[in-house]
Design a protein. Structure first.
Length: 322
């Protein structure tokens, strides 16, 4: 109760009003317009009334006093303030487009000394990014041979992160349709009214499926005012690989990001991917923390309810037969 407060304490000035009214009604002269009753008769009548109902008048007076005090307490609006942290709404919508092709199952990455598949690495690093973006609306698109919106744009970043952690290879085929994944991401952002709309696309291969060319889709994003950031995961130099087809088409990712007004980053290790995510996050700087919001737990209803209950019982007692 240390935070208890009265928002309108001046209503306490009304407490003596009944006494003032009683005083004025007894001591101010009143016009005589009715039948004159002898003084001796009035004295005898008042004596009989006091003998018969003095006790009733006493408890009524106490009850009315308590009721009046409760009404005054209600008028002063007692309340308890409570400070809550407001969600820092940023006005930013972000779609993460994740490559879920067959090559993402390769175990050729490490993070903090632990060997991980490419997909497990993406789950770990990207879910941390998602959970950090409180105040943004985050959505999730996955693509391989086909594309699928795994999670709609939502402020519930924890739910989106949980969805990402549950993804498995083969849900949408095993090829890599970068253009299709980028196109679906733009489609999800086209109806958004957010002032800032962003796609973060991550792929470990080349566009070898689908009918949409990534650079053509990037041109559309520029017209729509949607920024595209891309991350290449793996190795982009075919000469360093046993199978040149496993190389990341980083040139295409660079062109897409350049056209889309964003940045392309190459990640050849777990640490590189973590740095890439943080770098992109810094480029889409979040808002200042929203100021705390104060809500009030109103207490006026309790004294006013007590007053009304008392008045109700006084009314019942007045109607009861003598």
């Amino acid at each position: 109760m240390t935070n208890f407060e009265l928002s309108a304490p001046l209503f306490f000035l009304l407490l003596p009003v009944p006494i003032i009214v009683w005083f004025l009604s007894n001591y101010l002269p009143t016009p005589v317009t009715g039948l004159l009753i002898p003084t001796a008769f009035l004295q005898k009548f008042n004596s009989d009334v006091q003998d018969q109902s003095g006790i009733h008048l006493s408890w009524r007076l106490v009850a009315l006093s308590i009721s009046w005090f409760g009404i005054i307490i209600g008028l002063t609006n007692p309340r308890i303030p409570d400070t809550i942290t407001a969600l820092p709404i940023s006005g930013r919508d972000i779609i993460l487009a994740i490559d879920l092709s067959g090559s993402m199952a390769k175990h050729d990455f490490e993070l903090n000394g632990t060997s991980l598949s490419r997909l497990d690495l993406v789950k770990h690093v990207a879910s941390e990014l998602i959970e950090r973006r409180q105040g943004d609306r985050i959505g999730l698109v996955i693509f391989a041979e086909k594309t699928y919106a795994a999670s709609p744009l939502s402020f519930d970043v924890q739910a989106v992160a949980n969805t990402l952690k549950e993804l498995e290879i083969g849900l949408v085929g095993r090829s890599t349709a970068i253009g299709e994944g980028l196109g679906l991401s733009l489609k999800k952002l086209m109806t958004s009214t957010a002032p800032s709309r962003i796609v973060i696309l991550l792929s470990d291969g080349a566009n070898n499926a689908g009918s949409s060319q990534p650079t053509a889709v990037a041109e559309l994003s520029r017209q729509l005012g949607i920024k595209i950031f891309t991350i290449g995961l793996g190795e982009d130099n075919p000469q360093l690989l046993s199978d040149p087809r496993d190389a990341v088409d980083f040139i295409t990712l660079q062109n897409v990001a350049q056209i889309g007004g964003g940045t392309a980053v190459m990640a050849r290790s777990g640490a590189d991917l973590d740095r890439a995510m943080h770098m992109i996050e810094e480029m889409i700087v979040g808002p200042e923390p929203a100021p705390p919001r104060i809500i009030y737990h109103e207490l006026w209803i309790y004294p006013v309810s007590l007053s009304l209950i008392i008045l109700f019982f006084i009314s019942l007692a007045s109607r009861a037969p003598k």
